[in-house]
Design a protein around this ligand. Structure first.
Ligand code: KIV
Length: 274
């Protein structure tokens, strides 16, 4: 494959992420939950679209990622996968769909792959998820790992806390190596000190994808509602807001409501002739 083709592939596949790492070409990832925004992100050149279980709080109004089900994830997955022409589409395995063991993990991974049209699954946990990752990979399904702060374990971790600090660095490295040894094609590092993320990135042959993990990971991911400024909460330290969609929508809705109330919309321009 020539250099240009491997760095800007027409269709991003899991193997390309490793090529990007080897070439030092950083790659971009965003979460995505619906057809229209997925199409926009894909056209804009985002390399990976993650149908994250953050759809639970961002789209379904749950208070955490825990309640979202496999069937709900499938609907989000279909909407995104059918819009993506170039991006690699990865879907989260929701809480409860893999922790009970490799057989359940494999059955649910197969269900997600068969019905949503995505190219890979993601699941949380390092050493504790090693056998599940291996079972899924052995069945021919690409797996992305996710270590550091793992939102499905928010209750056990005592809230949204940076992971891998101090003595935690050793466990983080062990988790990263376990995910790699199990056959994952990439691993998300969430909310870990930049220095540790850089060390993990240097020690792994598979690409790392950071969210709150500093500038040295191979790829970066943000939750789309954060990056686009759709949420009303104060963004976390690691979020950069690239737009203020909330304000645009808010002002537009206010103006529309006012126009309707005052009889200014619709006008002749928006009406059919006989
Ligand atoms: O579901 C999600 O949004 C995620 C990202 C935080 C990586 O897993």
């Amino acid at each position: 494959m020539d250099q240009n083709q491997s760095q800007t592939p027409k269709l991003v596949r899991t193997a390309h992420l490793k090529e990007f790492k080897q070439a030092g070409r950083k790659f971009s990832c965003l979460t995505s939950y619906d057809h229209m925004t997925a199409g926009i992100f894909d056209e804009a050149g985002i390399d990976v679209l993650l149908v994250g279980d953050s759809a639970a709080d961002n789209s379904l109004g749950y208070t955490s990622t825990l309640p979202v089900t496999v069937d709900e994830m499938i609907s989000f997955g279909r909407a995104v996968a059918s819009a993506a022409k170039r991006a690699l589409v990865v879907i989260d395995m929701p809480f409860g769909s893999y922790e009970t063991g490799p057989a359940d993990a494999l059955a649910n991974a197969i269900k997600l792959m068969k019905t949503s049209g995505v190219a890979a699954v993601k699941l949380e946990g390092g050493e504790r998820s090693e056998i599940q990752i291996k079972a899924i990979v052995d069945a021919g399904i690409p797996v992305m790992g996710h270590i550091g702060f793992t939102p499905q374990s928010v209750n056990a971790l005592g809230g949204f806390r940076v992971q891998g600090r101090g003595e935690g660095a050793e466990q983080l490295l062990a988790d990263a190596k376990a995910v790699e040894a199990a056959g994952a094609f990439a691993v998300v590092l969430e909310m870990v000190p930049a220095e540790i993320a850089a060390q993990v990135t240097a020690e792994l042959s598979i690409p790392t994808i950071g969210i709150g993990a500093g500038p040295d990971t191979d790829g970066q991911i943000l939750v789309w509602t954060d990056f686009a400024g759709l949420t009303s909460q104060k963004p976390r330290k690691f979020v950069k807001r690239y737009a203020n969609i909330r304000e645009t929508l808010f002002e537009s809705a206010k103006q529309y409501s006012k126009d309707v109330n005052e009889g200014k919309f619709p006008t002749q321009d928006h009406s059919f002739e006989n």
